[in-house]
Design a protein around this ligand. Structure first.
Ligand SMILES: Cc1ncc(COP(=O)(O)O)c(C=O)c1O
Length: 451
């Protein structure tokens, strides 16, 4: 029985089960009743700055009038129709708009439902592509250490063997994992200032060893998110493309997090001027409004699926593929990119984040500071002063999150990595305020033991 007079939190606790949440020990969920710009408002009257863009999806701010209007207008016309055998204007126009902004050469768009499904589609597309070409030995995927590609079985297989996926290992398929350019914890003990991106050697060796068994190399270009907000030197990304070309395999760019301006460019691949063979998009695709994924690829890959033989079809689809409401909002978001200085705003934010976060290196427990586009991260050393990784389950994460929340700032540290990734519309003053909170909390922590 639902008791309408109970508050949201009590009703939630009666029937709901939240993602990534230990329901026995986690604090009560925040009862959010409204969002506007960078702020969320709770049922009990609190105003909270959304410092993580609601799991990295929001870019233009909450409840944006233009996006609201696009959504309402589309709902009046067509809310949904199946996408096998049918098409509709929002899906067509969105594909046209995406192709016009994507790295040159990505001309075919396959819609799905979220970031994980965009990745599943990419993996299956690459796998079947080689079969279409009668090169069925190419069935191995190479992915990176610290990778995170989602929570469905294929996406988990491709991700790092972390606490997120370890439990499900018996269900996962094998992939080859190679070194990531995590410069602060360099996999081969070098210093960025003097290295020649030598960590690429691991990928080179693996491609050489695996030869014609490799279907694709999949990476999160420039910024590995859930693995700890690891920012890359762009030459690593360039090297991945070159090695894939040299070894005749496909490159998949998972831009679920980085796409649509988060790193200061429309797509992170632009930092190195590379075009992947397949790109995965979601999150900010709909400006954080509705769940939607898209996997875009080249004509060559698309054409390999064309056949008189219907068994060569790409058998993948979801009930809500190309949902018109999601397409309409995504289209309006891309219009905002065209009409307003959205990317300029991200670059200004990057400059401010760099200027304000770099000085935090002086603090006792700060090991590293990383900034790219609208993302700033501070890696804390919680194992004394050693550089041993503390990981996602580090208790410092929930402890800091609670303190930030008390101050009206929503952050969810990844274990010992505190990061700030607000909607792009955040003002300079709001950014300053948020960083003042981060600085103050970390300073207070520096004055005592973190454990
Ligand atoms: C790089 C990357 N790929 C895929 C995903 C999975 O996206 P979703 O949570 O929408 O399934 C995420 C989610 O954080 C991500 O960061």
């Amino acid at each position: 029985m639902i008791n309408e007079s109970m508050d949201l939190v009590a009703r939630d606790q009666r029937y709901l089960w939240h993602p990534y949440t230990q329901m026995l020990t986690a604090p009560a969920s925040l009862p959010i009743v409204r969002g506007e710009g960078v702020y969320l408002y709770t049922e009990d009257g609190r105003k909270i700055l959304d410092g993580i863009s609601s799991w990295w999806v929001n870019i233009h701010g909450h409840s944006h009038p233009r996006l609201n209007q696009a959504l309402a207008k589309q709902a009046e016309e067509l809310e949904h129709v199946l996408f096998a055998g049918c098409t509709h204007r929002p899906a067509v126009e969105l594909a046209e708009a995406l192709v016009s902004v994507l790295p040159t050469g990505l001309t075919r768009v396959f819609y799905s439902d979220n970031g994980s499904t965009a990745v599943e589609v990419a993996l299956k597309m690459a796998f079947q592509y080689w079969q279409n070409l009668s090169e069925s030995s190419r069935r191995t995927f190479i992915t990176l250490h610290y990778a995170y590609h989602g929570d469905t079985v294929g996406a988990m297989s491709a991700s790092e063997e972390s606490v997120f996926a370890a439990r499900f290992k018996p269900l996962l398929f094998d992939v080859q994992r190679v070194a990531a350019p995590y410069c602060y914890r360099c996999p081969i003990g070098l210093k960025r200032e003097s290295c020649s991106i030598d960590c690429l050697g691991d990928l080179e060796r693996r491609l050489h060893e695996e030869g014609r068994n490799v279907a694709a190399v999949m990476v999160e270009p420039m910024l590995q998110g859930a693995g700890g907000m690891i920012v890359w030197p762009k030459d690593f990304l360039k090297g991945v493309r070159e090695l894939c070309d040299r070894h005749g395999t496909l490159m998949i760019a998972d831009e679920v997090l980085t796409g649509f301006g988060r790193t200061g460019r429309m797509f992170a691949c632009e930092h190195a001027g590379v075009t992947p063979d397949i790109i995965c998009l979601s999150k900010a695709l709909t400006a954080g409004y509705l769940p939607m994924g898209a996997t875009a690829t080249t004509e060559a890959i698309y054409e390999s699926f064309l056949s008189e033989d219907r068994s060569q079809t790409f058998f993948h689809g979801h009930s809500f593929t190309a949902n018109p409401l999601a397409c309409a909002v995504a289209l309006e978001s891309l219009r905002l990119f065209r009409e307003q200085p959205v990317l300029e705003r991200v670059r200004a934010l990057e400059k401010q984040l760099r200027g304000r976060l770099e000085p935090l290196r002086e603090l006792q427990h700060v090991g590293d500071v990383r900034v790219i586009g609208g993302v700033g991260a501070v890696e804390l050393l919680t194992n004394g002063d050693s550089e041993a990784a503390s990981g996602y389950l580090d208790q410092i994460g929930p402890h800091l999150a609670a303190e930030f929340l008390r101050r009206g700032l929503l952050l969810r540290p990844l274990g010992n990595v505190v990061y700030f990734m607000p909607p792009y519309v955040i003002s300079e003053a709001e950014t300053d305020w948020a960083i003042d909170q981060i600085r103050d909390v970390l300073e207070k922590l520096s004055n005592r033991s973190l454990q």
